[in-house]
Design a protein around this ligand. Structure first.
Ligand SMILES: *[C@@H]1O[C@H](CO)[C@@H](O)[C@H](O)[C@H]1NC(C)=O
Ligand SMILES: *[C@@H]1O[C@H](CO)[C@@H](O)[C@H](O)[C@H]1NC(C)=O
Ligand SMILES: *[C@@H]1O[C@H](CO)[C@@H](O)[C@H](O)[C@H]1NC(C)=O
Ligand SMILES: *[C@@H]1O[C@H](CO)[C@@H](O)[C@H](O)[C@H]1NC(C)=O
Ligand SMILES: *[C@@H]1O[C@H](CO)[C@@H](O)[C@H](O)[C@H]1NC(C)=O
Ligand SMILES: *[C@@H]1O[C@H](CO)[C@@H](O)[C@H](O)[C@H]1NC(C)=O
Ligand SMILES: *[C@@H]1O[C@H](CO)[C@@H](O)[C@H](O)[C@H]1NC(C)=O
Ligand SMILES: *[C@@H]1O[C@H](CO)[C@@H](O)[C@H](O)[C@H]1NC(C)=O
Ligand SMILES: *[C@@H]1O[C@H](CO)[C@@H](O)[C@H](O)[C@H]1NC(C)=O
Length: 680
């Protein structure tokens, strides 16, 4: 439902005030009346309540992952961008200057804070959460594999124990009193690693882990010893040192701690790693994971890569474009940021571009060194993101453009971070334990970015991408050309504007090959298009990919709902052009080559049913061994669950996501801990 923007009327205001929904307008104090008919440019969504506020830090009482904050999308720029423009590309990659290095489908991966692994992945190695498997499999099936890091600030002081009470694999100990971020200290057992291995036995998930770096006189390498042994080929590498450039600020090192001190400590780590005969593989480290307080150049200048190259499987940085830390840690030097002011900064091509260009020296150097270069942890804003930005279609479009820009800039992967229940930016959020009887999981809008990017990259490992800067480089209408096996295969187009009237939908006329390139005309008779859509950039629930949705808040079991719809657009081969419309807002993925079009033929998505496994419909925990024997086919089922997958219309079988009986309190505490861990 579209709401109308009214002048603010004090009496109306008094009527509609409720504690739940906060709407930010661009015109100061604003009243949104969702009961009224849509008109004009207002398009904030407010499904149940309406509300009023003045600009400033938002107030809401529910957990951040479910907040009801809506902001009006920015107005259409004046003058507006042209709505008709052309883009010309060569058929052959060899004629295109500046294409990226070859990229993999798994480019867009995920980063799960270690302390929430038991909230998101599973209760233990024999009880995995089905929505997690289904959601990650959506990416893995499109990308060939899904890359997931389990780590973060909590990895630094984590320690391994033989067992924990009640068969748990993770225990949050006392807080690290020395740490202003109140990071919990985590004890874990190797059942964490078995759990990851068991996930990988069901879906093609590969893992990054982290080696604790808090104590350089006594490196705890158990996670590497057990990780190599248990995960084998499903292990991608070990980050060692998470954001060392913040160690001083977090009082983990003296204030004078600098890149050369870090270089010295890395010598100690690599000596311990080399000497540990229980770690068979010696080249699996990832560093330096600096987060913007030091530039990567400051680390390269120490000779870091040259000195440790034999130990390094990849280089990495971490970065968030902004932070929402003041809400958690009041600090006069970092006053609260107004999400209303921040919003337009996410709805522009410059967002990703400004970030990526800072690392282009490094991605070039990494190519010379022969190392992958990862954005190891990122999202819309640290300390949980911004309500109304991180949890709306704004972040979907931002995430698509940002990830494609990182690929264009020769990063080799980017991992989007998950916190707990009390953050806005999660790709998805497990149901709060106290609500598991009647709710399901919640998908964050950025998860749809990962699906788009997985399909944009494809599975061949040969994908090269280039930013086309169409429409005279207008920042509202970016496009990327995508080559596969040396030939033009796909184009990704984005429209950041919101205009329900349709007046700011744009039409891109795409020319492929032809005489200008000394090539034959390259346009096929028709192209296939998949759209990523929502009614407005402020939308939280109704986001669709090729016509299907995973469901609104509390509705997600990891199975698509609705009918898949892939558009076929006829091209004009005489004029060598295809015209593709991109709604405001929206993103389109256009499949040109035969192979690219075949790749989008609908196939039955493999999903993990739960009803066969338990008598209680509300329980979705799953025993992998039972699953494996009950269904055959590597434990994956092709059964439609109660008609909720493609083409089905029935309401979802309850697949609520957390094992009953876990104390609600522990879930709550997890949420608290998770948000406390991000700090810049
Ligand atoms: C569950 O806990 C959250 C966080 O405290 C709270 O906002 C929510 O209202 C609770 N739900 C129920 C049904 O009690
Ligand atoms: C590092 O972390 C371990 C495990 O939490 C803890 O026992 C140890 O005291 C810490 N060492 C330093 C130097 O902070
Ligand atoms: C995992 O948790 C389930 C449910 O609490 C329990 O039955 C099972 O024994 C646990 N498995 C392990 C390996 O601890
Ligand atoms: C799953 O985890 C259990 C440990 O609880 C282990 O015995 C089993 O081998 C694991 N299965 C796979 C496929 O890794
Ligand atoms: C990249 O390298 C150039 C040339 O060495 C230098 O001028 C520039 O400052 C570097 N960029 C960054 C972001 O450090
Ligand atoms: C990415 O790397 C390729 C190959 O080295 C290079 O041609 C291209 O200019 C790079 N792109 C950017 C944006 O740095
Ligand atoms: C792509 O790379 C991954 C990782 O190296 C590999 O497992 C996969 O088989 C490759 N895919 C193709 C089509 O070569
Ligand atoms: C969801 O959004 C689409 C446009 O993206 C619109 O066509 C559809 O009517 C919306 N559905 C609901 C239930 O609001
Ligand atoms: C969620 O975070 C906010 C601060 O951002 C805090 O005020 C609130 O108490 C937290 N809620 C829970 C249940 O942790």
């Amino acid at each position: 439902m579209h709401a109308v923007l009214f002048l603010s009327l004090p009496c109306l205001l008094a009527q509609v005030v409720s504690a739940d929904v906060t709407v930010y307008g661009f015109f100061g104090q604003t009243t949104i009346n969702p009961g009224a008919e849509a008109s004009g440019t207002a398009s904030a969504e407010a499904s149940t309540t309406s509300f009023v506020t003045t600009p400033g830090p938002p107030h809401y009482t529910e957990l951040a992952a479910y907040n009801n904050i809506y902001m009006l999308p920015p107005p259409i720029p004046s003058p507006p961008p042209a709505t008709q423009f052309s883009i010309g590309v060569a058929t052959s990659a060899s004629l295109m200057n500046g294409l990226s290095i070859p990229q993999r489908g798994s480019f867009f991966g995920f980063s799960i804070e270690m302390s929430v692994a038991n909230q998101l992945i599973g209760k233990n190695s024999t009880t995995l959460f089905v929505p997690f498997l289904n959601l990650m499999n959506i990416v893995a099936e499109r990308a060939g594999a899904v890359h997931i890091r389990v780590g973060g600030n909590t990895q630094e002081t984590a320690y391994m124990v033989d067992s924990l009470p009640n068969g748990e694999f993770l225990e949050k100990d006392h807080e690290d009193a020395s740490n202003p971020t109140s990071t919990p200290i985590i004890a874990f057992t190797d059942d964490l690693l078995y759990m990851l291995a068991n996930v990988s036995a069901l879906i093609n998930a590969k893992w990054y882990l982290g080696i604790p770096f808090n104590d350089t006189t006594n490196f705890r390498l158990q996670i590497a010893e057990h990780g190599e042994a248990i995960l084998g080929d499903n292990l991608l590498g070990f980050q060692a040192a998470n954001e060392p450039d913040l160690y001083a600020a977090h009082y983990h090192r003296p204030m004078s701690y600098g890149p050369y001190d870090f270089f010295g400590e890395y010598a100690l780590l690599t000596q311990a790693y080399q000497a540990d005969s229980n770690v068979p593989i010696k080249g699996n480290l990832i560093a330096p994971s600096v987060s913007g307080t030091w530039t990567p150049e400051q680390v390269w200048d120490t000779g870091f890569v040259e000195a440790y190259t034999q130990y390094l499987t990849a280089l990495a940085v971490e970065r968030y474009p902004s932070d929402n830390c003041a809400v958690i840690y009041p600090n006069p030097q970092n006053p609260p940021k107004d999400p209303l002011q921040m919003l337009p900064q996410y709805l522009t091509h410059n967002a990703g571009l400004n970030m990526a260009t800072q690392y282009r020296n490094s991605t070039l150097l990494a190519q010379g060194w022969g190392k992958p270069f990862l954005m190891f942890e990122t999202n819309t804003a640290s300390c949980g993101g911004f309500p109304g930005i991180s949890d709306t279609f704004t972040s979907t479009l931002w995430g698509v453009d940002y990830a494609l820009q990182l690929a264009n800039s020769n990063f080799t992967g980017a991992l989007f971070h998950f916190g707990g229940q009390n953050v806005s930016y999660n790709p998805f959020t497990a149901v709060p334990t106290n609500e598991s009887a009647f709710h399901e999981w919640t998908v964050g809008p950025i998860f749809y970015s990962s699906i788009f990017v997985a399909e944009a990259m494809g599975k061949t490992n040969t994908t090269q991408i280039i930013d086309m800067f169409p429409n005279n480089g207008n920042d509202q209408t970016p496009a990327y050309a995508i080559y596969e096996n040396g030939n033009f295969a796909r184009m990704a187009l984005i429209n950041f504007m919101t205009d329900p009237s349709g007046a700011n939908d744009y039409t891109a006329t795409i020319f492929v090959g032809g005489s200008g390139w000394n090539e034959p005309n390259g346009v096929p008779a028709s192209v296939k298009v998949k759209y990523l859509l929502a009614p407005s950039t402020s939308e939280k629930d109704n986001i669709t990919w090729a016509g299907q949705t995973l469901g609104g808040r509390y509705e997600v079991d990891g199975i698509w709902k609705g009918q898949e719809s892939i558009q076929t657009i006829q091209c004009d081969q005489t004029q060598n052009m295809c015209q593709v419309k991109v709604p405001a807002p929206g993103a389109a993925l256009v499949f040109f080559s035969d192979a690219a079009q075949q790749a989008v033929d609908p196939s039955t998505t493999q999903t993990f049913p739960t009803t066969v496994l338990t008598k209680t419909a509300n329980t979705v925990s799953i025993d992998p061994s039972v699953l494996a024997t009950s269904n055959g086919q590597s434990g994956k089922s092709r059964v439609n669950l109660g008609g909720t997958s493609q083409g089905g219309a029935n309401s979802a079988v309850r697949t609520t996501g957390v094992v009953p009986g876990v104390a609600a309190l522990s879930c709550l505490l997890t949420g608290v801990f998770a948000i406390l861990m991000r700090f810049r």
